[in-house]
Design a protein around this ligand. Structure first.
Ligand SMILES: [Zn+2]
Length: 196
């Protein structure tokens, strides 16, 4: 059980981990808190956007689209490895996922299959969207993977979580495939190394 960081603490945690941060508009107060609770937080969730172009990707993640209002995450990780903060608080990134997975994340145990959509993930996860087409062909740059590693480690470090608290959307919600192009096991290994 963890209380979400304040927006300023979140910003500091990312910078302390060596992340190049871009603050977008009123990100500190841009959220969906009027639609439901934010916190307690239990983990970090990684996504891909199915978009290309940094400017367009950041705009969509900030504003959302018809049927899914923004923000769609907290930070957008563009190909150049920069992390654009578009919102803070409850955001529309995780949707409904599996309560068994949430229990495993809280206990920091190996994840069970995600075969139920019965639990509000937007309440419980920090979320990062990564600029990638998600077709298995669009390359992930090392700068981008490095940023995924650093943002994840920054949050785990603050909350004294292990790398087991970092999951992909595909491990949370049935039918999701993101992020595609690297494995979450490999990313968790990187985060584990960084947290040593
Ligand atoms: Zn996703």
């Amino acid at each position: 059980m963890a209380t979400p960081m304040s927006a300023n603490r979140f910003l500091d945690a990312l910078r302390d981990e060596g992340v190049t941060v871009v603050e977008v508009g009123d990100w500190r107060t841009h959220n969906r808190n009027h639609k439901g609770p934010w916190g307690p937080v239990h983990g970090v969730m990684i996504h891909h956007t199915v978009t290309s172009g940094a400017e367009k990707t950041v705009r969509i993640c900030r504003e959302g689209y018809e049927g899914l209002p923004g923000p769609l995450c907290h930070g957008v990780i563009t190909k150049d490895g920069r992390v654009h903060l578009v919102g803070y608080g409850r955001s529309n990134h995780a949707g409904l996922g599996d309560d068994d997975v949430l229990r495993a994340v809280i206990a920091e145990k190996a994840l069970p299959p995600d075969n139920e959509a019965n639990t509000d993930g937007n309440r419980h996860f920090y979320g990062f969207e990564c600029e990638n087409l998600g077709d298995g062909e669009d390359p992930w740059t090392e700068a981008q993977l490095d940023a995924v590693e650093r943002v994840s480690a920054a949050i785990c470090r603050h909350h004294e979580w292990t790398a087991r608290s970092v999951i992909g959307h595909l491990e949370w919600q049935p039918g999701k495939i993101d992020p595609k192009g690297f494995t979450m096991d490999a990313m968790r290994a990187r985060v584990h190394e960084r947290l040593k």
